[in-house]
Design a protein around this ligand. Sequence first.
Ligand code: SAH
Ligand code: SF4
Length: 464
Amino acid sequence: MVNEEKEYVNYTEMVTSIMEARSMSSPPLAYTHTYGCQGNVADGEIINGMLSEMGFRFTDDMQKADFILFNTCAVREHAEDRVFGNVGALKHIKRKNPNTVIALCGCMVQQEHIAEKIRRSYPHVDLVFGTHVIKHFPKLLFETLTGGQRVFEISGSDGTIAENLPLRRDGTVKAWLPIMYGCNNFCSYCVVPYVRGRERSRRSSVLIKEAENIIKAGYKEITLLGQNVNSYGANCEGELNFSELIRKMDEIEGDFLIRFMTSHPKDCTEELIDTIAQCKHTAHHLHLPFQAGSNRILREMNRKYTIERYIEIVEAARRAIPDLSITSDVIVGFPGETYEEFSETLDVIRRVKFTSLYTFIYSAREGTAAAKMDDPIPYEEKSAWLRELLSVQEEIAAERTALMVGQVVRVLVEGETKSGDLSCRTSNNLIVEVKGDLSLVGSFIYAEITEALNWILRGKIADM
Ligand code: SAH
Ligand code: SF4
């Protein structure tokens, strides 16, 4: 650890002087863009922290950047296609400014076949590094700048977690706090266990300290992140479990919300439900992906719960927390799914009445079990199923939000809308827009709901 820290500081200093000597601007400018989930956003904040320590400033204009980095996502093919399109377009920038350093990192490039494609077909990319070597980023950038050749580093996880890395958070109101990395579940469609390695939990003592610092710094919301937060602490002798971790964080002084994602239904316990119900800071929101309504499809997906069990959890959670908002992820068109089986997904949506859904058409991922399964339903047909699903959900969301009109709710003011209003969120994850002064961003206020527009509510500030 001591040596690693020394290595980190040394390379940080060396990169600074090299970049200053060769860059077009002083201080050198970095453009970074993160695709995908909040876990990736949290990684991006570490990378930006390192760039900041290396003396970089940041720009939104790629044309002006000395260093361009895409932090990529691999969860669906569409995400990868977008990255390839955007990386292709960088060729022109490199032609104009050959000194620009172009780098790719994240889940997509952790896959050997993708790294190979970049090696062969995208010669203007200088540096490629995977998800397990972020702590070595300054060293890898140093090697790229001095070695005279492209650098590719996508080795696997060594099972450790690097702590004490710098961080440049994107926002001032909401903070991400990864509590664990990796995944052990191997859902048959999913690439995450292959690109993120096995589950590793961060020490609770480190996390509680970090949560305290986040609140002290003025943030009003912490989202605890992990692919399956419910298994936090498993296989770590003497460590807290997830509910215990939340309870410890709940003891921190201050007015703030604790959110978390993602909860896997197979590990969603009564203890967790009680914890959400009893803690004063926990948001009344549970993101609980069910993926599919048919038990046969759930088995094929290797999800390890039945839809009956899922409904049981939902009902228990609603009994304990009557205003709980439940959201979910759904995959449409898993290999071999029939229209009848898809209809069971619609039945679950009608029955549970989710606040909102994240919906995906199945995308085959190289190396996963599902990619080898027969997939006879054409994409167009799956798209029609998805449209049907969305219209069912739209009606439900409209019904739910209409019930809110006239209510006064406590919201956190998160930022500004495009039209200059305040964008706020309730504890149970509904978005409320109100007119008000921007100085209210970052505070909790009360809003009276005056109008419901599908999934967004409009309101006015209420005195309490
Ligand atoms: N760990 C989380 C999910 C992380 S991936 C969980 O288990 O709930 C986020 C979502 O992307 C998944 O819930 C799933 O709905 C979707 N997804 C993952 N792989 C996919 C694939 N190959 N095709 C389509 N959707 C996928
Ligand atoms: Fe992927 Fe399943 Fe792990 Fe979620 S739990 S990341 S869907 S393998």
